[in-house]
Design a protein around this ligand. Structure first.
Ligand SMILES: [Cu+2]
Length: 144
């Protein structure tokens, strides 16, 4: 009898307190752990809707901002200032590409998957720096 009550109380607690949203840190670096220049580390992150990315200005001269057309419909754009540590909460499921504006041409970009979504067919289509595209392709291949 007592065991049953405990089981019911445990179940009620799970329903009342769903998993808390998480904050994941992403460093903006001149040099990554693998030796490559100008990177977000990690360059792929999988989130649950409502989770937050915190972009850390570990090295100087970087920013984090969304890339027009490479985010799910209905999501908000964001644009951090250079050297600014910003937190961005991702509510809309889907795939996002994020760039560092000064180093986008050098490949400084990352991919974020929110929820369980297939990579959109046109995610990396259209005009984009070759090195950014290569890094995003590798990030997606490693992550998904
Ligand atoms: Cu940068």
């Amino acid at each position: 009898m007592i065991r049953n009550i405990t089981a019911i109380a445990g179940f009620a607690a799970l329903v009342a307190f769903p998993a808390a949203a998480e904050t994941i840190e992403v460093k903006m670096l001149n040099k990554g752990a693998d030796g490559s220049a100008m990177v977000f580390e990690p360059d792929y992150v999988k989130l649950a809707p409502g989770d937050t990315l915190k972009f850390i200005a570990t090295d100087r001269s970087h920013n984090a901002e969304s890339i027009k057309g490479r985010a799910p419909e209905g999501s908000a754009n964001f644009k951090g200032k250079i050297n600014e540590e910003i937190e961005v909460t991702f509510d809309v499921e889907g795939w996002y590409a994020i760039q560092c504006r000064p180093h986008y041409a050098m490949g400084m970009a990352m991919a974020v998957e929110v929820g369980d979504a297939d990579v959109p067919a046109d995610f990396l289509e259209g005009r984009m720096p070759r090195r950014a595209k290569e890094r995003l392709e590798a990030a997606i291949a490693n992550g998904s």
